[in-house]
Structures are given as C-alpha cells and as structure tokens.
Ligand binder design. Structure first.
Ligand code: GTP
Length: 370
C-alpha cells in the first residue's frame, strides 16, 4: 500500500524556526522529523511513499533524494501554490491506486497502521480517520462516532457545551481511491473542512479508528519541545531504544567532554560536541552535532541544533537554539525563548518570556534584559 505524506505547509506557528527549514525538517533528537515518520512507515511495512511538498521543498529534496538511503521508494511532488491537505493529495493522484494512506507530516505516533487498515476493510469504509483522545478538545476538530466507529458528526472548534466526545482527528487516513473524485483539481481544498463533511453528507461509509497510542503534532514550539522530551523520557514506544542502553545519556562519536563537566540524563549529545570544564548539561536536553558548550555554562531542558557555540558562564533553560547560533559569555536564554539559526547573542543578555529571535539577527551586549 502507498502512503502520501503531506509536507507542504508553511509551519507559521513554528516561526522563526521554520523560516529556513520546513517543519518536517526540524531536528527531533538530532534527526529531521520527517525521517522519524518515514522510519515509522517502514516499520509498519509501508515502503512506497509519496511526499506532497510545497514550502521549502528544496530542503526536503536535498536531504531525502529518492529515499534509497532509508530503504524506501520515495516520490517527490511539488505544488506551485498551496493546495491544502486534500488538494495536495489530489495533486499526486496519478501515482495512487487502490486503497492508500495519507499522513499529516507533522505527527509523531505509535499508531498501529496494520490494525487500522484491517478495521477499514472489515467495515467496508471509504475513508477511515485515526482518532486520538485529548484532554482539552476545544482547540480541535472533534469527530463523533457510533459504537461501531461510523462517523456521525464533525464538530469544529466546539464551545464547551457542544463537547460530546474527546476524540479528535489525529491526521492519519486510510482512503479508497474514489474519494479523490470529490476533490477538485488544482484548487485549494481541505480534508477536515471539505472532503470529510462532504462524504458524510452524501452518506458514504466513513469511520473513525480510535487509538490510545502515543500521539503528538509538532505544530507549536511548546509541542516541538514536548516531542523531544517525550522521546528522551522513553514515551514513544518504537524509539525507546534511543537511550535505554546508555542509561539516559547518549554521546555521539568524537564528542569531547571535560572530566569536570556533569551530564544528568536524559541527554543526547551529537557527534563532535564539546562540553567545557565544570559545565552542566541536564536533561531532557538534545545538543546537535559540532556544538560547543563553554566552561561553567549550564544547559537545562533545551534543544540546540548543530554548530551552536555557547561561550562560558552562559545559562540556557527551556530554550531552543537554531543551527550556527552563537551566545557570548554571561548571557541567559530562558523560559521558552527561541533564538533561531545563524543568530548571535552578545554578552550579558537575558532573553526570557518566550522571546523569538529571527534568523541572522545579532543582539549586542546587554541589549535585552527583562
Ligand atoms: P501552520 O501554518 O503553523 O498551521 O502549519 P502548517 O502550514 O504545516 O499547517 P497544518 O499544521 O495545518 O498542516 C498539517 C499538515 O499538512 C502538515 O504536515 C503540513 O505540511 C501539511 N500541509 C498543510 N497545508 C498544505 C498544503 O497546502 N499542501 C501540502 N502539500 N501540504 C500541506
């Protein structure tokens, strides 16, 4: 069976991290997020994958090519203007036959696809939507089903009094090819607000497949931090081995850690990372390849991409730092602050309260303090 992964969105909620990298290329435990998704599909027996691309498709294409390195057949299709989730699938119609899968490209899950496909077939469904329970359903589109799983109603962004279920559309679909006939060609069209309600109103059999497996989308900075933390804490079943054999600490090849430095897991250090004298790195933290942590610096609960250079006596807590960013001595970056790629933060700064620094920006010494 073929799978289409939707990776054409602009990822506006993750800006400025997505200015130079599309959302599926953001590193998650030091590998592009999309690589985890493709590995997941492979593990579920799906090796024929179509990427429906748009925004910064060049970055995706350069990294994945034809997919051979990952052991899958990858077909890359680029849309010239955004076509939405359904339009992006219609655009790859010529490569689809029979029943196929569609995945939002920003979801990390342990969902059992084989069981979902079997459920779809047993019920003679035209479209099966994976469902996941959430604590606060008000921000999502809810899917109401009967006891057999047949969809009764879609409820978009419900008011508290309209909440009849906590099950939301989890962004993985099993579809029959006829569903494509309901999608206009070369036009912006969505599954969530277009195709699915349309199928329902025509009384086509459309089902929801409920799963309690791990599920998260990486749509916001908070969730991007969460997915890294969840993997580090072993909450994603198929990635549990990432840290297990290292007692919560994985150190990449060529890393150089001063004997007086302290690492408190769960921590992943990439290749050739340097940690200076008396520095302290406390998990959940991920540090990308070729990054340097200066002496007496403290890094806690943070995500650093590759080639980040942190000088001495710097404090990072709950921060995200992009590739090639430099932080000079005695600065602090705290509380969900994002300093994206190729930035420089001068001495004695304090960046806090979710501040976001856009790529290539320089902050002089003692310029920002809250
Ligand atoms: P935000 O701008 O932050 O909402 O992010 P987004 O643009 O990625 O949108 P959203 O999170 O709703 O998208 C869900 C999935 O669909 C993501 O994997 C997107 O890459 C993908 N997607 C969204 N819009 C399009 C589109 O127009 N074309 C294609 N091919 N994929 C899309």
């Amino acid at each position: 069976m073929k799978a289409v992964i939707l990776v054409g969105g602009e990822g506006t909620r993750l800006r400025p991290l997505t200015v130079n990298l599309p959302k599926p290329m953001l590193p998650v435990v030091n590998r592009p997020f999309l690589e985890h998704v493709i590995e997941y599909l492979k593990g579920q027996g799906i090796g024929d994958v179509i990427l429906s691309m748009g925004y910064r498709s060049d970055v995706i294409e350069e990294y994945f090519g034809d997919g051979k390195r990952l052991g899958v057949d990858l077909r890359l299709v680029v849309e010239s203007t955004p076509l939405g989730t359904a339009g992006g699938v219609k655009n790859v119609e010529q490569f689809l036959d029979g029943t196929f899968l569609v995945l939002n490209g920003d979801i990390m899950t342990d969902l059992d696809l084989r069981a979902m496909i079997a459920f779809h077939r047993e019920r003679g469904s035209k479209a099966t939507i994976s469902l996941t329970p959430v604590d606060d359903p008000t921000a999502y589109g809810l899917v109401e089903t009967d006891a057999q799983g047949r969809v009764q109603r879609f409820i978009e962004k419900p008011r508290p009094e309209d909440i009849t279920t906590n099950l939301i559309n989890a962004g993985t679909y099993v579809l029959e090819r006829e569903v494509l006939d309901l999608i206009p060609s070369a036009k912006y069209h969505m599954f969530e607000r277009g195709v699915f309600p349309d199928l329902l109103s025509r009384n086509h059999p459309i089902y929801g497949y409920r799963s309690n497996s791990y599920w998260i989308d990486i749509g916001t900075p908070a969730k991007y931090l969460s997915v890294n933390r969840d993997i580090l804490h072993g909450r994603v079943a198929r990635l549990q081995s990432e840290l297990k054999s290292y007692e919560g600490i994985r150190v990449g090849e060529g890393a150089d850690i001063d004997p007086s430095a302290v690492l408190v897991g769960p921590v992943i250090l990439g290749q050739r990372v340097k940690v200076g004298a008396r520095a302290r790195v406390t998990g959940p933290t991920v540090i990308g390849d070729d990054s340097v942590i200066g002496p007496d610096s403290v890094v806690e609960e943070s995500i650093l991409w590759s080639k980040v250079r942190i000088a001495g006596r710097v404090q990072l807590k709950g921060a995200i730092l992009g590739r090639d960013t430099v932080v000079e001595q005695d600065s602090s970056i705290l509380g969900g602050a994002i300093v994206s790629d190729s930035c420089s933060v001068g001495k004695d700064n304090k960046l806090d309260r979710g501040i976001r620094v856009w790529p290539g920006h320089s902050i002089g010494p003692r310029m920002i303090s809250f």
